[in-house]
Ligand binder design. Structure first.
Ligand SMILES: NC(=O)c1ccc[n+]([C@@H]2O[C@H](COP(=O)([O-])OP(=O)(O)OC[C@H]3O[C@@H](n4cnc5c(N)ncnc54)[C@H](O)[C@@H]3O)[C@@H](O)[C@H]2O)c1
Length: 377
């Protein structure tokens, strides 16, 4: 089995998710390029050495440029805070590496456009870490829409809500600062909702939005009486129109108490409705019009082997996938794209359309006007 050298930058939340996925992908998918965990990078030596051992890497470094220039590394996976993505991704592409980068692409639209341009000028594969769009049930929903089971889809309803900063006294962090994170809820999670909307219905072309920073200051550190200004959005909502002519409502919050991973979508079509909730990520609800009235209603479909690649994880239907399994599916997709077996999605070229939408939210909210989203890359 051919192997491929992996360099991973960042060992935090997503760094660990990538490491789990690179370790598990061969066992789940079998006939696939074998990741060789070559070089791990983070900023603090002791932690990086420890993580290197835990994640199963051959070597470690605290200098990300070593990852990019190492001739034995073919894929650079970037799981650092958003403000570092541009420099790392472009340097990796210029060094001839495939780039697997966490979302959002960057802190500003200009930085994201520069990354898309660099990808366009390279023959390497790029893939963005929009994990939720890799759920086999969303692929099934896309397939059902494409085959016309629910007729023409004229309405998309989407919510993405979490409560990771719902407590107004939670201390300040890089995610609340423009320089490190760029946008707030928009860059953190609204972009996931847009990625799912684009997957199912194609690109959004027009929108009008409102955004709000509800908790305007936070303690500088845990328990501190000094408070620092929060520089980006807590809540962001938009009315949108898709290129397909469907309408949509997209609502998002990072301060919605009780919501942990609340991506809830509905597709309303001329012949039925599809409903999905990420907090119940192994269930799809389907309503098809025209059934006998006494038995008409939503049916609840549990993930099973018909929803590829679920069957590679587990032979038994309804035994459920989890968040880290979506990352394994994403890594398999990356490796198959590199091997020329699959068309990668979303690439940096697809991602720029998502970035334009989230930055379009911010621009529309600022100007109080509708904004058009450019479709050309
Ligand atoms: N796909 C998803 O579902 C998902 C979920 C959470 C976060 N993310 C994205 O993943 C990225 C990282 O988020 P996170 O939650 O893992 O953050 P995190 O803070 O947990 O981890 C970031 C890591 O990057 C390291 N780092 C910082 N500067 C570095 C440098 N110069 N060189 C090497 N390492 C450096 C940090 O030390 C830390 O270990 C962000 O872009 C975020 O938006 C994606």
């Amino acid at each position: 089995m051919a192997t491929i050298g992996i360099g991973l930058i960042g060992t935090g939340f997503m760094g660990k998710a990538h490491a789990i996925a690179f370790n598990a992908v061969s066992a789940v998918f079998g006939d696939i390029l074998r990741p060789r965990l070559g070089l791990l990078c983070d900023v603090e030596a002791k932690r990086t050495e420890q993580k290197s051992e835990e994640f199963g890497f051959e070597r470690w470094t605290t200098d990300w440029r070593e990852v990019v220039k190492d001739p034995s590394i073919e894929v650079v996976a970037i799981t650092t805070p958003n403000h570092l993505h541009r420099e790392m991704a472009i340097a990796a592409l210029e060094a001839g590496k495939h780039v697997y980068c966490e979302k959002p692409m960057a802190v500003s639209l200009a930085d994201a456009e520069a990354m898309a341009d660099a990808a366009l000028g390279s023959d390497r594969i790029t893939l963005l870490g929009y994990s939720f769009a890799k759920n086999p049930l969303l692929s099934a929903a896309k397939h059902l829409v494409a085959e016309g089971l629910i007729g023409k889809v004229f309405d998309f309803r989407g919510f993405i809500d979490e409560d990771y900063v719902a407590d107004p006294d939670l201390p300040w962090s890089w995610r609340l600062r423009r320089e490190n994170a760029g946008l707030g809820v928009l860059g953190d999670i609204t972009c996931h909702l847009v990625s799912v909307a684009h997957l199912l219905l194609g690109p959004i072309t027009d929108l009008t939005a409102l955004t709000e920073t509800v908790h305007k200051t936070r303690p500088e550190s845990n328990g501190s009486s000094v408070r620092r200004a929060v520089e980006n959005d807590d809540v962001a909502h938009a009315l949108v129109r898709f290129g397909s002519s469907a309408l949509g409502v997209l609502a998002s919050s990072r301060i919605a108490h009780g919501r942990k991973n609340g991506i809830r979508i509905e597709l309303h079509g001329s012949n039925g409705t599809i409903v999905f909730d990420q907090e119940r990520m192994n269930e799809l609800e389907l309503y098809v019009a025209g059934e006998r009235k006494e038995i008409s209603g939503f049916r609840r479909i549990l993930t099973n082997a018909e929803h590829s690649p679920y069957g590679l994880f587990c032979q038994a239907p309804g035994h459920s996938l989890g968040f880290n399994d979506l990352k394994i599916i994403e890594v398999a997709h990356l490796l198959n794209a590199i091997a020329g077996r699959e068309k990668p999605f979303p690439t940096f070229a697809d991602g720029i359309l998502i970035e334009r939408v989230i930055h379009g939210f911010a621009e529309s909210a600022r100007r109080g006007e509708w904004v058009q989203i450019a479709a050309s890359v």
